[in-house]
Design a binder for this molecule. Structure first.
Ligand SMILES: [Zn+2]
Ligand SMILES: [Zn+2]
Ligand SMILES: [Zn+2]
Ligand SMILES: [Zn+2]
Length: 285
């Protein structure tokens, strides 16, 4: 004769065996049932788990910490995918190309507040939350897609340089030069010398507006070096007589390289080549 405990144990084993054997059967049905059950008993379930949590707080925290440590990569991947999806939704509404220079690489696109106030708004929301906010507010007017270059250009000068005729740029320059301090004039001279040496155009795309140009560490992201020298890369290059291993990149391409390892411009056949080869075929015909 089995004791009650033994009977319970036997039933438990039988259930476990049944579960393993039938695990993949009626999967959809069971999922549907679970969802339906949850919806019907939502309040009770919430109350029960809240009660359990208050009674077993330390245990819950421990379990949660272990789970999170074990699933770190999964969580990261999930969050990255979610962020990508949100960005996609926003740009498919406001445009998948920069409203100023028509840059179409997604990684360099940002949302610009047409009438300004972006900094304040971002500070309130947190830098990544602007996309979610736009979706939640049903894509309000007053926003547009700009690439990192053009966003910076607009932020610094009110209108992006691409939209300004050459004469206007000179006026802006001479106005600001008169207002510059001695240190700023010196910095500008050093920066000019550095750009003249490493290139007055982005090494990746045709961008040549100086406001957008930055110096890139060719073989790494420069984080370690920057930690060592502070935010003084231009000075460092000038003082060390232009060492090897650096190049000029625009803000867009520098950011894309930082995020993806290589700027997507480099993975594509240039448009010019495609046009040329098709016109050659036409000529041959
Ligand atoms: Zn642009
Ligand atoms: Zn522009
Ligand atoms: Zn570029
Ligand atoms: Zn590029």
């Amino acid at each position: 004769m089995l004791t009650l405990e033994e009977k319970k144990e036997k039933i438990k084993v039988r259930h476990a065996r049944w579960y393993v054997k039938n695990k993949n059967q009626n999967k959809d049905f069971r999922k549907e049932y679970r969802v339906k059950y949850y919806v019907q008993h939502k309040e009770a379930i919430k109350e029960r788990s809240a009660k359990y949590y208050t009674e077993n707080r330390d245990h819950c925290r421990e379990v949660s910490a272990i789970y999170q440590a074990q699933h770190k990569d999964k969580k990261k991947a999930y969050e990255a995918a979610r962020y990508r999806k949100i960005r996609e939704e926003v740009f498919s509404h406001y445009g998948n190309t920069c409203a100023c220079c028509h840059e179409r690489e997604n990684v360099v696109l940002t949302i610009d507040h047409v009438n300004g106030g972006g900094c304040q708004h971002r500070r309130e929301l947190g830098s990544k939350k602007i996309y979610k906010w736009l979706i939640d507010n049903n894509f309000p007017e007053g926003y547009q897609t700009l690439c990192r270059n053009c966003n910076e250009g607009k932020y610094r000068l009110g209108t992006c340089l691409h939209q300004n005729p050459a004469s206007a740029i000179k006026i802006v320059d001479s106005l600001t030069i008169n207002r510059l301090t001695k240190g700023q004039v010196r910095y500008r001279k050093i920066r000019d010398a550095v750009l003249n040496y490493y290139g007055n155009q982005c090494a990746c795309c045709p961008e040549s507006e100086r406001v957008f140009l930055e110096i890139d560490h060719i073989n790494n992201n420069g984080a370690a070096h920057r930690k060592e020298i502070g935010n003084l890369l231009t000075e460092f290059l000038y003082k060390n007589k232009f060492p090897l291993g650096y190049q000029t990149l625009c803000r867009n391409c520098n950011w894309a390289k930082y995020v993806l390892g290589t700027c997507p411009h480099q993975n594509k056949v240039p448009v010019l080549t495609i046009v040329n080869s098709s016109s050659r075929e036409e000529n041959a015909a």
